[in-house]
Design a protein. Structure first.
Length: 292
């Protein structure tokens, strides 16, 4: 017993020495940041799942008080508004944008990262400069071009202007620069065409970056409000963001709990996607940044 006790003392001391004040401070800061980030969402859930007429700001609650009342509000919004149609439009808008961004971005990144061609550096510099241009500067000429093409109040008017993603191109280029050139040369010697190199080698090896770009594009597209509001004012093409904007309007005459319910329904899909794929997002960005 004495020998065992003597052996446990150094182990206990070593564990105590590993817990430094700096580590405790980092954990305290991380917990505080998490509380600040999560509390508004949790408070919104508490407001939704409460009885109608319950005070909001005067009597904040830290837990839901009525699940039935919350589901009744959700069903009421679904019945009395076009929220389901807005979900369909937003999902179609997001998925089509994701497919286009991945296809165009991966093909362009394949050429920029692995091959040389005249004007490559100049074109890449122009793409990078576009990241510094505010959206407000380009939204008017983009709208005029869309109107000239007759794409107002159409799905292509929503989707096509957002297919060229400078950020997505940059991220994919940084990732594809790490692809093994020996594998490409071996495939070329075996008779693979240029497109086959892209289809059967570059795309499978870039899956992590493509998944990351798809998730980030979904979250950006789902929350896009200005462009759908300008190019598709027809109620038949209202996205979730536009419907929520109607609830948040000063003249909507909706109670706070109903407005919170509409906002919760809008925030739920990107929140679920982020919680499921957050590891993929971190891995993809880390790999594209560290290996580039």
């Amino acid at each position: 017993m004495t020998i065992e006790a003597a052996a446990e003392v150094p182990a206990t001391r070593s564990i105590a020495l590993t817990i430094s004040p700096w580590a405790v401070l980092k954990w305290v800061v991380a917990i505080c940041v998490a509380i600040v980030a999560v509390f508004p969402i949790w408070w919104m859930i508490n407001v939704v799942f409460s009885e109608p007429g319950t005070p909001v700001s005067l009597n904040p609650r830290l837990y839901p008080t009525s699940l039935g009342a919350g589901f009744d509000k959700i069903m009421m919004i679904m019945r009395e508004t076009d929220y389901l149609k807005a979900y369909y439009v937003s999902i179609a808008y997001s998925l089509l944008t994701i497919v286009g961004v991945l296809l165009i971005g991966s093909m362009a990144a394949f050429e920029f990262a692995l091959f040389n061609f005249p004007g490559k550096r100049l074109m890449f510099a122009v793409v990078m400069l576009s990241l510094m241009v505010p959206t407000a500067v380009t939204i008017i000429p983009t709208y005029l071009l869309t109107a000239d093409l007759g794409w107002l109040n159409t799905m292509q008017g929503l989707v096509v202007p957002g297919l060229a993603s400078a950020f997505g191109l940059f991220m994919l280029i940084q990732f594809m620069k790490t692809l093994p050139r020996e594998m490409l040369e071996a495939a070329r010697l075996d008779g693979a065409s240029h497109f086959q190199l892209y289809r059967y080698i570059a795309l499978p090896l870039s899956k992590n970056a493509l998944v990351t770009l798809a998730i980030l594009t979904f979250m950006k597209t789902w929350g896009n409000f200005i462009w759908p509001l300008i190019v598709a004012p027809n109620p038949e093409l209202y996205t979730v963001g536009q419907v929520v904007g109607l609830f948040n309007s000063p003249y909507s005459h909706q109670t706070v709990d109903v407005v919170m319910t509409a906002n919760l329904l809008a925030a739920l899909p990107p929140l679920v996607f982020f919680l499921i794929f957050q590891r993929k997002i971190v891995e993809g960005i880390a790999m594209s940044g560290s290996k580039g």
